[in-house]
Ligand binder design. Structure first.
Ligand SMILES: O=P(O)(O)OC[C@H]1O[C@@H](O)[C@H](O)[C@@H](O)[C@@H]1O
Length: 290
């Protein structure tokens, strides 16, 4: 990363040094409030742990760290399309920014001791996605984790963007947990050709679960011993995903480890996708805490 960082609580490292698998440049943040690891690729948080708390994010022990390949765990940002591309299913799943290098625009310490990192990504327009756009992702790393996204449509015409922070949360056994905050909300079931159902009671994960909740409430809690709380602003879609035993056996970077995580993702996809006029900017944020 060529950008200048002037504080000692942020250091540069790489995936070879931290995980024994060379390939990606990383930033390590260590303060009295927290420890975090961020990949420049995708501006992807890989680890976050507030002092005195359990880790907030799950990173697969089988994750690969190859440039241009998605990293399984942490918080990849899926954008400018979420899931399978509607126009062309052959395009990569979950858009393009998660596998591209971002720029670190600034890194500083705030008065309360939090570290604030600002990453940017400029898409010039390409065969994969013709509309140019500009993304800014701000991370505030303290006792809590705060993410803020700003997306500007730089195309000459209105463009649709769908996206999500694909958050992987660690759990003891996914089959034993519950997710609260989605009761009585309608969802599209990706395991049943997007058929629409209503979530009766709290959400559990007895097997494969892949549900898209449109117009979802702002707050969810993952209950597994101490709760993880996710609270969002201007994120109207929540996606809940765990592959279960059978599907995970086909995912090289998951395997038996599927029991150790749950994804409760926040963004704007399906009916909540952003329609941005030329030069229009939209923003959203997410706050995670234990
Ligand atoms: O393996 P990927 O591309 O990271 O996607 C993982 C999962 O991401 C979830 O968000 C989707 O709802 C699932 O359908 C998908 O399988």
């Amino acid at each position: 990363m060529s950008e200048s960082i002037q504080i000692q609580t942020i250091s540069r490292t790489d995936s070879g040094t931290l995980y024994g698998k060379p390939g990606l440049d990383l930033l390590l943040v260590q303060t009295s409030l927290c420890r975090a690891v961020i990949a420049r690729q995708g501006a992807q948080l890989l680890e976050f742990q507030a002092a005195g708390c359990e880790p907030l994010l799950w990173l697969s022990p089988k994750a690969c760290f190859e440039p241009g390949e998605p990293v399984r765990g942490g918080i990849p940002l899926c954008l400018p399309w979420f899931g399978i591309n509607n126009q062309d299913p052959e395009k990569p799943k979950h858009g393009l920014v998660r596998t591209e290098p971002w720029q670190l625009a600034s890194g500083k310490e705030l008065e309360g001791g939090e570290v604030e990192l600002v990453f940017t990504y400029r898409h010039p327009g390409s065969e994969l996605f013709s509309a140019p756009f500009f993304c800014t992702m701000t991370m505030r790393l303290g006792r809590e984790l705060e993410l803020h996204l700003e997306l500007e449509n730089r195309a000459g015409e209105a463009t649709e963007y769908s996206w999500a922070w694909h958050t992987y949360f660690p759990v003891d056994d996914v089959r034993e947990i519950e997710v609260r905050g989605l009761e009585n909300t309608e969802y599209l079931d990706k395991t049943r050709e997007l058929e629409r159902f209503t979530q009766e009671g709290v959400l559990t994960f007895p097997g494969e679960v892949d549900r898209v909740f449109e117009n979802a409430p702002e707050q969810q809690q993952i209950i597994n011993g101490d709760a993880i709380t996710a609270r969002s602003e201007n994120c109207h879609t929540v996606i809940a995903w765990n592959p279960g035993a059978e599907l995970s056996a086909t995912l090289e970077d998951v395997g038996d480890h599927y029991r150790e995580y749950v994804c409760v993702e926040h963004g704007n996809a399906f009916a909540n996708s952003w329609q941005l006029e030329s030069r229009q900017t939209a923003t959203a944020s997410l706050r995670l805490t234990r």
